[in-house]
Design a protein around this ligand. Structure first.
Ligand code: ZN
Length: 370
């Protein structure tokens, strides 16, 4: 009977078993996902605040704003850790100096996090929060690169390089977690990896966790970062942009309010004139919402420099050549994304899939509605 099932439905059975194992991994690793999610949500709220401040021309608070952001992240992580510790009263006392340190209770995700979080205190030195923010951003950048580009695309390599380098810089900081063992409920010995509180801090632990995820579970298990609230969610389809229907609706509602107000005036830019996309314009992207054009370049030279002082500026072929090599950086509420010409204008794009550009008419109204 069983062999009949395997012979005729082997693939289905394998898929089901794998799906069950993936679900188990997701639930066992929930504390890591929640931790990254909390950081990403706070980061997103700050990015939104920064854009609003910029519109209201209150930029003078640069360093202060960064410090406040770090403190907010540190406070969020500290309260997250506090909750975790009540659930998993830690093996934070494990010390590699103890001869039997490698024999312990199962190093579950929550125990590992708690035991690596010794330095995460709300003191003057918030470097640990800065490190966690850097890791969370690099994971978000990685996820947006893989969800938006094909692996063959040259932009993909460029966009994946930085996050991988960031993760590697944390992996290089400390050797891998320790090999430990424990007795399972069936009295058999089990083996696993656990952080050493003397060597590993939370950022190296999270970097190790991410590298384990990418090595063993990607792309079977996919994650996305919600473009509205910044939450990390597991997803089946790589083009899902929002964690929930309510976040999707909120974005649509905001967009409608902004476009119906006097905040923005539409400006038409055709594909051949893409070189005219200028810093300070705003763009509406069908998936990511509204964002500000932060930089425009062509082969690493700012577009404005290429257009300035050249007699060719009005030459149709010259403009079209520049337009096709354009790289635009747009700052959305959830982060900055880079686009090439093909991302903006090519493919089977219908009218409503094309980006729309706007000039700001009322900064105050825009800041209010964002
Ligand atoms: Zn959301």
């Amino acid at each position: 009977m069983v062999s009949y099932a395997f012979q005729n439905h082997g693939k289905e059975i394998e898929d089901q078993v794998r799906a069950a194992l993936d679900d188990e991994w997701l639930s066992q690793n929930r504390p890591f996902i929640d931790l990254l999610s909390a950081i990403s949500q706070r980061d997103r709220a700050h990015m939104q605040g920064a854009i609003k401040r910029k519109l209201r021309r209150r930029e003078g608070e640069g360093i202060e704003a960064v410090q406040r952001q770090l403190f907010d992240i540190a406070a969020d992580v500290a309260s997250f850790l506090e909750q975790l510790e009540t659930l998993a009263p830690a093996k934070s006392s494990i010390s590699t100096k103890h001869p039997d340190y490698h024999r312990m209770v199962e190093p579950t995700a929550d125990r590992c996090i708690v035991s690596a979080a010794g330095k995460c205190t709300l003191g003057d030195d918030l470097t640990w929060a800065k490190d966690l923010l850097a890791i969370s951003r690099s994971f978000r950048d990685f996820l947006s690169a893989v969800s938006e580009c094909d692996a063959q695309d040259s932009l993909f390599l460029l966009r994946v390089r930085e996050p991988i380098e960031t993760l590697n810089s944390y992996l290089k900081k400390a050797p891998g977690p320790l090999l430990v063992y424990w007795q399972g409920s069936d009295r058999q010995f089990r083996f696993g990896r656990s952080p050493d509180p003397e060597l590993h801090d939370l950022s190296t632990l999270v970097a190790n966790w991410l590298s384990d995820y990418l090595t063993n579970y990607y792309p079977r298990i996919g994650f996305g970062v919600c473009a509205e609230c910044g939450k990390l969610f597991s997803r089946e389809r790589r083009d899902r942009t929002f964690c929930s229907k309510s976040c999707q609706n909120r974005v649509a509602y905001k967009r409608k309010r902004i476009l119906e107000s006097d905040a923005l005036v539409q400006t038409n830019i055709s594909a051949d004139d893409a070189c005219e996309i200028a810093m300070g314009l705003w763009m509406h992207h069908p998936r990511f919402g509204i964002g500000r054009v932060e930089s425009v370049s062509c082969e690493n030279t700012p577009m404005a420099t290429l257009l300035k002082g050249t007699a060719n500026r009005q030459d149709v072929r010259f403009r079209s050549m520049l337009s096709r090599r354009i790289r635009v950086e747009i700052r959305f509420l959830h982060g900055t994304r880079r686009f090439g010409f093909s991302d903006l204008f090519e493919g089977q794009k219908t009218e409503d899939q094309l980006p729309t550009f706007y000039r700001v008419k009322s900064e105050e109204t825009l800041a209010e509605f964002l």
